[in-house]
Design a protein around this ligand. Structure first.
Ligand SMILES: [Zn+2]
Length: 128
């Protein structure tokens, strides 16, 4: 899907200067939006461990790596649209194609919390 090194999150920066730094652990996400972008890129690149590990510990136990992987792989992630961000929320639309190639939009307002100077995803309200 990536025919150059542009970051999947749509920042127009190189992956290695954008979400790649966060995925590799070289840098912590500076804010909730940076973590949200990194999680989107992780879906696009099927970095399941990153998605799993950035769930807040209070919600991580409800997650299942296999289910995350199934969802990440079933969809072709096209592009991310950030609607608005606050200190601890990000509303976004993730555009993707399903297994039949039909376009869909996942519209969500996510909540994030900081713990030991790192941002984590807590939960999200999904808009129908
Ligand atoms: Zn990025």
């Amino acid at each position: 899907m990536m025919n150059n090194n542009t970051c999947p999150c749509g920042s127009a920066r190189n992956y290695s200067d954008c979400c790649g730094k966060i995925h590799s652990g070289r840098e912590a996400a500076q804010d909730a939006e940076a973590l949200m972008r990194a999680r989107y890129s992780a879906f696009a690149l099927q970095n399941i461990d990153f998605i799993y590990n950035t769930f807040h510990p209070t919600t991580r136990r409800f997650q299942n790596k296999k289910e995350i992987a199934t969802w990440a792989q079933a969809c072709k992630w096209i592009h991310l649209e950030i609607i608005r961000s606050t200190v601890n929320t990000v509303e976004f639309k993730a555009h993707y194609l399903d297994e039949e190639g039909q376009p869909h939009i996942h519209h969500e307002k996510s909540s994030f919390k900081m713990l030991n100077k790192q941002w984590f995803y807590v939960d999200g309200k999904i808009f129908a």
